[in-house]
Design a protein around this ligand. Sequence first.
Ligand code: ZN
Length: 160
Amino acid sequence: MSITNNSVASFHYTLKDDDGNTIDSSQDQEPLPYLHGSGNIVPGLERELEGKVVGDKLSVIVKPADGYGEFDESLIQELPKAMFAGVDDIQAGMDFHAQTEHGQQVVTVTKVDGDTVTVNGNHPLAGKNLHFDIEVTDIREASAEEIEHGHVHGPGGHQH
Ligand code: ZN
């Protein structure tokens, strides 16, 4: 069985940046399951996993456009502190859910200067090349319910 649309595939991964620093890894955890063809993982990686079988190992470099997007300066905004009413002590590094012209987004506070709060709505990995080392560990057919929901159920997936 190979990975195709509506397969649930699981893989171990190590993700590094251009400098070889590890950003994320599954090595001390269970492999990550995803529903192939549903955009659960970044497009550049999903494309490379098409047709792979259990035991396959691959190294993939995903460009920002096929990963978490290019860094978008327009997503850096200065907001009045009054917009954060109810937050006692707003500080750099805090994450907030914000309603923006791009829909619901997580924004990170990067600077607080007097009554001005600077937020960045880019994904933390936006603009970065993603270096993945992957090992496919399991492939199975998705259930009808998983296909309907567009995600994996059970261990490592949605619990509902
Ligand atoms: Zn579901």
